[in-house]
Design a binder for this molecule. Structure first.
Ligand code: F0G
Length: 468
C-alpha cells in the first residue's frame, strides 16, 4: 500500500466514532469507550466510519481481491481482508482463527423446492466454530484486548457461546457464557466446554440470560460480546463484502437471513449500505428476515406496519412487544426480545424487504431439502429456504430473480434434531390460542431413516433397487 493510501485508511480507522442510532439523540462517543448502549438515551450504538475519507482509497475491490492470495494472517481472514472498513488501526492485536472465506453454493434442489430458477446459499456454517458468529467475534475479542478486559461474557442460545469461548481461548482471556439450561443443543454446549469457558447454565430462557448480561455491563474488567456490542456487527458486516465479491459485484435481488437476536440482519444491512455509500455497488439487495412462528416478535411488529412504512429513521417504532415464552425447535433463534430489532428493521425497511414467519414443519422440510443439495445446515438456517418458498408463493420474490440465502450454522450443530426428523420422532410442544399445550408430531416429508439390512451383497443390492 502506498504511504498516502495507508494514511487515508488508518486515519479513517482513528476518526471512526460510536454513534447512537436514535435520530433525536445521535450522540457520538470515542471508539475506545467501553459502552454498549448510548449513555445519554439508552439507544443502540453503531460504528460510524468516515466514508468520505475512504472514498479516497482507490481500487478497494482489487485490493481486497489481491489479499486473498497473500499469507499475511490478516489477509487470510475473510474479515480482516476488508480492514479499511473496520474501526481498528494497523497495529491492532488481531485475534483471528481465519474466519470468513465461506463458500457460496448453487443449490438446485432447494431452488426448485422454493419455486425459483436458481438459488445460492452462503454457508456461514463453514467458519472455524461452524457458525456465522466467528466473523463478529474476531473483531469483538480484538476490541476486548485493546480495552484491556480480563473477562469476556455473553448470553447465548449456543453458537455465540461456542464462538466466544474459542476466540477468548485464542486471546488468553477468561470467558463466561450464560446459557438457558436444557435449551441448548448438546453439540454447541460441548464446544464451549472444550474451549475452556466458564459455562453458566441459567434457570431461565435466553431473554433472562440477556437481562443478566446487561446487569454485568458496568463491571470494568468484563467485556460483553453479544451483538448489542457494535464491534460484533463490524466483523459480521464483512459477510456482505465477501458475498458481493463472490457475486462478481453484481448485486443479488434478494438476500434472506434467519432472525433471532437480529445482529446478523443488522450487520448485513450495514455492510450493504456502506458499499452503496462508497460507490462499490449501485443498489441494495432487498434484505428479508425469517423468524420461527413461535418466536417472532419482529415479524409481528412488521405485519402491523401498514402500509409498509418508508425507510425514514424517524418513523421507526419506539418499542417492540416481546414474546414472553418463545417456542421453536430451532433453538438458535428461540428469542422473544431481540436486542438489535431496531437496526434490523431499519435494514429491512431501507431495502424494501420483508419479515415473515415459518412453521416448525416448514423449517424441518426445508432443512432436509438443503441436505439433499449436499450442503446441510442447522434448523435455524433452514428458515431461509422455507421463507423464500413462502415469499415466492406470495409474489414478493419472483421465480427468475437472483436470491441468496445465508445459512448461519453447520448441520452437525444439532444432530439430535436431524436424526429425529429422519427417524420420524421429531415433535414440538405447541400452545393453542387458549393457552393449552399440545404435542405436535413433525412429519418427515423427506425422511431418510436408516434401515436394517442383512450382511449380504444381495440384501444391499435389493435395498438399493427399492430406493431407485
Ligand atoms: N442462526 C443461528 C444458527 C444462530 O445461532 C442465530 C443466533 C441466528 C441464526 C440468529 O441470528 O441473532 O443475529 O438474528 N444465535 C445467537 C446465539 C442468539 O446465542 O448463538 P441473529
Amino acid at each position: 500500500m502506498s504511504d498516502a493510501i495507508a494514511k487515508s485508511a488508518s486515519k479513517a480507522a482513528s476518526t471512526a466514532v460510536q454513534r447512537c442510532i436514535v435520530p433525536g439523540c445521535a450522540a457520538t462517543f470515542g471508539i475506545r469507550e467501553q459502552i454498549y448502549v448510548c449513555p445519554r438515551c439508552g439507544g443502540p450504538l453503531e460504528i460510524e466510519l468516515p466514508l468520505e475519507l475512504l472514498k479516497a482509497v482507490p481500487d478497494l475491490r482489487e485490493r481486497w481481491q489481491a489479499r486473498a492470495a497473500s499469507h499475511d494472517p490478516r489477509d487470510r481472514s475473510g474479515v480482516w481482508r476488508y480492514r479499511e472498513l473496520l474501526p481498528f488501526d494497523d497495529d491492532a492485536p488481531v485475534v483471528t482463527l481465519f474466519e470468513g472465506n465461506t463458500p457460496l453454493y448453487d443449490a438446485p434442489r432447494s431452488a426448485k423446492y422454493a419455486g425459483l430458477t436458481a438459488l445460492r446459499l452462503k454457508h456461514q456454517g463453514c467458519n472455524p466454530t461452524a457458525s456465522f458468529k466467528d466473523t463478529g467475534m474476531t473483531t469483538a475479542v480484538t476490541q476486548a484486548k485493546l480495552l484491556g478486559a480480563r473477562t469476556v461474557v455473553c448470553a447465548s442460545t449456543g453458537n455465540t457461546a461456542a464462538s466466544l469461548a474459542a476466540y477468548a481461548a485464542r486471546a488468553a482471556l477468561q470467558c463466561a457464557i450464560l446459557l438457558p439450561q436444557g435449551q441448548i443443543s448438546p453439540a454447541k454446549l460441548a464446544q464451549s466446554m472444550d474451549y475452556g469457558a466458564v459455562v453458566c447454565e441459567i434457570a431461565g430462557n435466553f431473554d433472562d440470560c440477556m437481562r443478566l448480561i446487561s446487569e454485568l455491563a458496568d463491571v470494568p474488567s468484563i467485556y460483553i460480546a453479544n451483538s448489542i456490542n457494535p464491534f460484533r456487527i463490524e466483523g459480521q458486516k464483512t459477510v456482505a463484502f465477501e458475498l458481493l465479491e463472490q457475486c462478481g459485484w453484481r448485486v443479488p435481488d434478494h438476500v434472506v437471513v434467519p432472525g433471532g437476536n437480529m445482529g446478523n440482519s443488522s450487520a448485513l444491512g450495514k455492510g450493504f449500505d456502506e458499499m452503496l455509500h462508497l460507490g462499490l455497488i449501485d443498489r441494495l439487495p432487498k434484505i428479508s428476515v425469517i423468524q420461527a412462528e413461535g418466536a417472532a416478535p419482529l415479524a409481528h411488529l412488521f405485519a402491523g406496519l401498514k402500509p409498509p412504512e418508508p425507510a425514514a429513521d424517524a418513523l421507526l417504532p419506539d418499542e417492540i412487544a416481546p414474546v414472553s415464552n418463545p417456542r421453536t425447535l430451532a433453538t438458535a433463534i428461540k428469542i422473544g426480545a431481540p436486542v438489535s430489532w431496531k437496526k434490523a428493521l431499519r435494514a429491512v425497511l431501507g431495502s424494501h424487504g420483508s419479515i415473515i414467519t415459518v412453521s416448525e414443519q416448514e423449517i424441518a422440510d426445508a432443512k432436509a431439502i438443503i441436505g439433499r443439495d449436499g450442503i446441510g445446515c442447522e434448523p435455524a438456517s433452514a428458515t431461509t429456504v422455507a421463507g423464500i418458498r413462502k415469499l415466492v408463493a406470495s409474489e414478493k420474490i419472483h421465480a427468475g430473480e437472483t436470491v441468496v440465502a445465508v445459512l448461519t450454522g453447520h448441520v452437525l450443530k444439532d444432530p439430535d434434531y436431524v436424526s429425529n426428523y429422519h427417524r420420524g420422532t421429531l415433535s414440538f410442544e405447541s400452545v393453542t390460542a387458549g393457552g393449552t399445550a399440545k404435542t405436535v408430531q413433525i412429519s418427515g416429508a423427506f425422511r431418510n431413516a436408516p434401515e436394517k439390512v442383512a450382511a449380504t451383497k444381495q440384501a444391499i443390492l435389493k435395498s438399493l433397487e427399492s430406493r431407485r
